[in-house]
Design a protein around this ligand. Structure first.
Ligand code: ADQ
Length: 479
């Protein structure tokens, strides 16, 4: 089925499918539409689109198949050893902490690097096998940074875009990486490299400059439009494209939703204030700090356990890695301790769920929460903050947001805090709660301003602006 007639190819570590086990024990692959697939579906559907990626379980891969909407999914098989070296090792124990400013220490392991290089080679070969002559290829994220460079060599006819979903660190940190030149060369195989923030793009351009590549258009990035000239004399465009969500989908509530939200609030014991955290359980997200801030506010009496409830939803993530296991046990110990100290029988002051919640239910949590706590130490963007705001088109609620989340650039009306400073998190939470009571009009104005920002800058705008810029790039004569 994977003929070479796909004029638009997305390549990401994961295919947008999951393996489901049916009641009779048989297994089927089901589409798992996330933000990315929603944003890219229109382009994929209208342009003979193909998505190349790993289906999510090791040592097996289905034959290529089409989704209901006609998008071709082209699986790349990973062995258990690939998964350990390429994904858990180099991607998540080397690059992830390095790109998130060393919140934990990155491990530099040569075998992991070799696995990363080999798997990137394989992804690039799979793309080369399905892409039509002159096709546009959009490579996603830190797991596949070598793919643009490899593709450029084997298929110079392709127009190649790359988008990084996590921060790009400053040169001082990046230069630790023993394979920094290979990664830079890989990225520079692109026609367009996109980051969430101008700051990330600037970090990249400074590095390119240090590597003695000729940089045009100054390191000060002009929005979505600065150029690096790589050694082979091609123009590589670099720009900032802040990702977003499908705000209309997220934020439209029916009467039936309102009823379900009331029931949910009743299930929580009808507290005066509901405070919410929603994260992948990752050490970058600052969940423990947030719980500690909450505990200290209960301890000093600034918050009354009779009046407030904290709901923390945490999706399991990368559970075989030591730092993730440690973070989970620290979080769970804190939840147990806080409930042990402050809860009444049958009325926990912290509700904690270590599982993924269906999006339809998640919207209800967002809508009922009086204050949303988003306190990462470092985050490329953070879609949770935008999802919460999208659910408050009625002007209710307040967002406490870490300065170190990319989303802070676009949401200055949030209560910004320094996630490393527990006092700052406490202050932001208390100020937000107090303002909800004392200044409801100001609060409404703040929320509506953020809502407008998210509504008018949705994920479609993100993909359209990236693809528009990509269609203009790669043709040096125009510059
Ligand atoms: P993530 O680190 O995964 O993404 P984020 O942007 O917040 O972080 O996205 C998490 C997604 O998972 C959200 O859509 C959220 O609704 C969902 N989610 C989290 N907990 C959940 C739960 N318990 N149940 C159900 N859903 C849950 C990476 C980068 C980010 C960047 C995105 C997109 O780290 O900085 O914003 O990619 O580029």
């Amino acid at each position: 089925m994977s003929s070479q007639d796909n004029s638009f190819v997305v390549v990401a570590n994961r295919l947008p499918v999951d393996l489901h086990t049916n009641p009779d024990g048989s297994q089927t692959w089901k589409e798992s539409p996330g933000g990315l697939v929603t944003a890219l579906s229109p382009v994929l559907e209208s342009q003979n689109g193909c998505w190349v990626g790993w289906p999510g379980s090791t040592d097996e891969a289905p034959e290529p198949f089409r989704t209901d909407k006609g998008v071709l999914l082209h699986p790349v098989k990973l062995t258990e050893a690939d998964f350990e070296g390429f994904y858990e090792g180099f991607s998540n124990a080397t690059l992830w902490p390095l790109y998130h400013d060393l919140i934990v220490t990155p491990e530099y392991d040569r075998d992991w690097w070799h696995a990363y290089r080999d798997v990137n080679q394989r992804f690039a070969e799979e793309v080369a096998a399905v892409a039509a002559d002159g096709a546009t290829v959009w490579v996603q994220d830190y797991q596949l940074q070598l793919v643009p460079g490899i593709l450029r060599q084997i298929r110079p006819d392709l127009r190649i875009g790359f988008f990084l979903h996590i921060p790009f660190p400053s040169g001082d940190l990046f230069r630790q990486l023993p394979w920094r030149e290979e990664i830079m060369r890989g990225l520079l195989g692109s026609d367009l490299i996109g980051f969430h923030l101008e700051n990330n793009a600037r970090n990249f351009l400074e590095l390119a400059e240090r590597q003695e590549l000729e940089v045009h258009g100054e390191a000060a990035v002009r929005k979505a439009d600065a150029y690096v000239v790589s050694s082979d004399d091609r123009h590589v465009h670099v720009g900032a494209f802040p990702i977003s969500i499908s705000a209309d989908q997220m934020g439209s509530f029916e009467v039936s939703d309102e009823k379900a939200i009331e029931e949910l609030r009743a299930d929580l014991g009808n507290p005066k204030h509901v405070i919410l955290g929603v994260d992948r359980l990752d050490y970058t997200k600052g969940i423990l700090q947030r719980l500690t801030a909450f505990e200290e506010l209960l301890e000093t009496g600034a918050l009354d356990p009779e009046e407030v409830t904290l709901v923390q939803l945490a999706t399991p993530s990368r559970e075989r890695l030591t730092h993730y296991r440690k973070t989970r046990s620290q979080v769970e110990e804190a939840v147990g301790r806080i409930n042990g100290r402050f809860s009444e029988l049958g009325r926990p002051v912290v509700h904690y769920q270590h599982r993924s919640v269906d999006k339809s239910v998640l919207r209800h949590y967002y809508r009922l929460a009086d204050v949303m706590l988003v306190t990462p130490f470092k985050d490329g963007m953070n879609l949770v903050a935008k999802e919460y705001v999208a659910c408050h088109g009625n002007g209710t609620g307040a967002l406490v947001l870490s300065e170190f989340a990319g989303a802070a650039d676009e949401l200055p009306e949030a209560y910004l805090c320094n996630a490393f400073d527990i006092e700052s998190v406490k202050r932001a939470l208390l100020t937000a709660l107090k303002a909800l009571e004392d200044q409801p009009e100001t609060m409404e104005e703040r929320m509506l301003a953020m809502h407008e920002q998210v509504r008018t800058h949705d994920v479609n705008l993100w993909s359209e602006s990236f693809l528009r810029e990509l269609s203009r790039s790669g043709t040096p004569d125009e510059d």
